[in-house]
Design a binder for this molecule. Structure first.
Ligand code: PEP
Ligand code: MN
Length: 370
């Protein structure tokens, strides 16, 4: 059972709800605060055997002061689930950047960090376009063991220092094990917290439960979870529930295409029609990754890259974040150069994202009146 507390409820009201819940033997009430940029939503979850929870009348809580709603939920997506609630979910704020349903952030950057020169050029172009979020892979799990595996912890000090220099607030960066989380923590501290990091779970690790638990147990970094390329949406959402159930609700769910040759010639089958599905089923802000979905730089007869068209699909569906590969010189990139946009293409992408987002907001406002 989930009791959602009114945003205006007093501390005493919250205490009373917890006390009433604790009166039931075998039930542990647990309080969760979802802190967004504009609102904080507090929920009290009744944890215990379903047989006991079933016997507790909803009225016991719905009539208490400060209670907004009482929901009986199945254990499915207990923490990340939206459970039919219509109000905007609060999302979360990290390092001064808000992730919620009311805005979209462009994380443009290098698939893999290679040289300080390229990282510096990328970040300076982001700064020139007013962007404070980027992607920079230091640890790269690759299909072949003979491919470039990323520079690892060696590149963290100068990557973070350059991020700080260019006003970057968040760097999205994949990790594949707990040791890498510690390396990032140490390097960030040594840089005087020059920037922030969003830890990425790659598609190949979507069901690496020990990694998911470790990401849930650390309370420092938000997590960008990339949908498993060959598992169902439900399985990927359950993986996010692992992260949340270990204590970290700051998760962004990223769609990045699914693996099937039915998507040829694209690298993966674009799955951005799932943006509204994930938004309906969960409270998580949704990201789309057009680069790893499309995987190539073809242009349609309208002059736009397929990647742009797919960015548009994600943003028009209400995505809160877009992850795009760039490189100052794609032909020398050590990873995924074939899908990397050039820095000169950033201003047009920014304009395109803003225009599509504005169209999305207009049509949502019209739909609300209809
Ligand atoms: C990436 O974003 O660099 C990446 C490897 O993505 P994915 O895990 O979705 O393939
Ligand atoms: Mn890549």
């Amino acid at each position: 059972m989930i009791i959602t507390v009114d945003p205006e409820a007093s501390e005493e009201a919250v205490r009373t709800i917890l006390e009433v819940a604790a009166q039931h033997p075998g039930i542990t009430p647990r309080k969760y605060d979802y802190r967004g940029a504009n609102t904080t939503v507090t929920e009290i979850h009744l944890i215990g055997p379903a047989e006991i929870i079933r016997t507790i009348p909803e009225k016991l809580f719905s009539e208490l002061p400060g209670v907004r709603s009482v929901l009986r939920v199945s254990t499915r997506y207990r923490l990340i689930g939206r459970h039919g609630q219509k109000h905007q979910s609060p999302g979360f704020e990290y390092n001064g950047v808000a992730f919620d349903e009311s805005r979209v952030h462009l994380f443009a950057g290098l698939c893999a960090v290679d040289t300080p020169e390229n990282v510096g050029k990328m970040m300076s172009e982001l700064a020139a376009n007013g962007i404070t979020t980027t992607r920079m892979g230091a640890y790269k799990p690759r299909t072949s063991p003979y491919d470039f595996q990323g520079l690892g912890k060696e590149c963290l000090p100068w990557t973070f220092e350059l991020a700080g220099k260019h006003g970057i607030k968040i760097v999205a960066m994949e990790v594949t094990n707990e040791r890498q989380i510690e390396e990032i923590q140490d390097a960030l501290r040594a840089s005087g917290n020059a920037t922030g990091v969003m830890l990425q779970v790659g598609t190949r690790n979507a069901q690496n439960f020990e990694l998911l638990k470790a990401l849930g147990q650390q309370g420092t970094f938000p997590v960008l979870f990339k949908r498993g390329m060959g598992i169902t949406l439900e399985e990927s959402l359950n993986a996010c529930e692992y992260i949340a159930s270990e204590g970290n609700p700051q998760i962004v769910f990223c769609l990045r295409g699914v693996k099937t040759h039915l998507g040829d010639p694209h690298r993966n089958m674009v799955d951005f029609a799932h943006v509204p599905v994930v938004r309906r089923q969960t409270k998580l802000p949704v990201c789309v990754d057009p680069s790893h979905s499309v995987g190539r730089l073809d242009r349609a007869p309208d002059h736009l890259f397929d990647i742009f068209h797919v960015v548009g699909q994600g943003v028009i569906c209400g995505a809160s974040m877009v992850l795009v590969d760039f490189h100052p010189d794609p032909k020398t990139a050590l990873c995924d150069g074939a899908q990397a946009l050039r820095l000169e293409q950033l201003p047009l992408l920014v304009e395109y994202v803003n225009k599509v987002r504005a169209a999305y907001e207009d049509v949502c406002a019209a739909a609300a009146q209809a």
